[in-house]
Write a protein that binds this ligand. Structure first.
Ligand SMILES: [Zn+2]
Length: 334
């Protein structure tokens, strides 16, 4: 184990963008979060389109590594998809549009998590600018999650004989309940979730290790707790790869939760996990997860930029110059 030089692989496709003729704006999710981060990384000279690892969308076979046949059939019913996305209006949209506008985006972003797993094994660190759909269970989606990309990626890497053991470090403010259910009786996959106690999902499922936080938890309390338990998590899990669900809905400004972290606290949190993995020679995948407020995209952008600053970009021989934003970059990131 252990590489001479860890680098950061960035995984993304413009196909991650949800496009439902404006309907998507009815959800509190900042639907352009992924594109904003991708475009700002270019403006600031962190990457060029050629540097990006572009995934394939999930295949049916990959979906069936985790989900049931019945679940796949349910995706043809707009009413069921509306429940998974918590968007009533989707129930009235024709099946084909639901698939092209929403489900296809999730399949691309989830395929990105599989690719990030492969690239993390190669380069040490891989960031999917999307993914982290941790509420999805084998037989149903929930909480704006359809396919559980974290679980599918782990099963895909196992199937290819690339890993046996994995650990999911889920730091989204909501419990990774779907992931917990999927791996409940699997000794090869350790699930760790640190989340707010008194919000969705209620009741909680049982991860291998859950830490419940009170409303109002600050950077200082959060980070010292994480620093204390993370070595023990990795020691128990003995993973060959870590999947970090780096949701930034732990921010004080998040509209759906009430922890009290700052943007710089989130960057320190992500760095703590990434550095802990790198120092132990464990490949690490970062997925974006939740984060719905006005500060969300910039907070996750800052964390990604800091990671590239520290470790360097996979494949790129040199740093690029910061340049003026294009019209499209201005439009999204203003
Ligand atoms: Zn969340």
């Amino acid at each position: 184990m252990g590489r001479a030089l860890e680098k950061v692989a960035i995984v993304y496709s413009t196909n991650y963008e949800i496009n439902m003729a404006g309907l998507e704006k009815l959800h509190p999710f900042d639907i352009h979060k992924y594109a904003k981060i991708y475009l700002q990384l270019q403006t600031d000279g962190y990457l060029r389109p050629d540097d990006v690892f572009v995934p394939e969308p999930l295949s049916k076979e990959q979906i069936l590594l985790v989900h049931t046949d019945e679940f796949c059939r349910s995706l043809k019913d707009p009413q069921r998809v509306a429940q998974y996305l918590e968007m009533e209006i989707v129930a009235k949209v024709p099946t084909k549009m639901v698939d092209a506008g929403f489900l296809s985006s999730f399949r691309w972003a989830s395929g990105g998590t599989i690719m990030a797993g492969r690239e993390a094994l190669e380069y040490g660190i891989a960031i999917n600018i999307g993914g982290g759909y941790h509420h999805a269970k084998p037989d149903a989606g929930e909480g704006f999650c359809v396919y559980n990309d974290l679980a599918i990626a782990i099963r895909a890497l196992q199937k290819d004989g690339l890993i046996q053991r994995a650990c999911v470090v889920d730091l989204d403010v909501h419990q990774g309940n779907g992931t917990a259910v999927i791996f409940a009786s699997d000794d090869n996959v350790f699930t760790f979730s640190m989340h707010q106690r008194d919000i969705y999902p209620i009741p909680k499922e049982t991860s291998d290790w859950d830490i419940e936080l009170a409303a109002g938890t600050t950077d200082e309390v959060y980070l010292s707790l994480l620093q204390e338990v993370l070595p023990a998590v990795l020691e128990q899990a003995k993973p060959q790869i870590v999947f970090l669900q780096a949701g930034c809905d732990t921010l004080e400004s998040d509209p759906l939760a009430s922890l009290a972290m700052t943007p710089s606290g989130i960057a320190r949190r992500d760095a703590l996990v990434i550095d802990a993995c790198v120092s132990r020679g464990i490949p690490v995948v970062i997925t974006l997860g939740g984060g719905y407020g006005p500060q969300a995209w910039k907070t996750q952008y800052d964390s990604i930029a800091r990671t590239i600053d520290k470790y360097g970009l996979a494949g790129a021989g040199r740093a690029y110059q910061r340049r003026s934003p294009t019209a499209k970059e201005k439009f999204y990131t203003k």
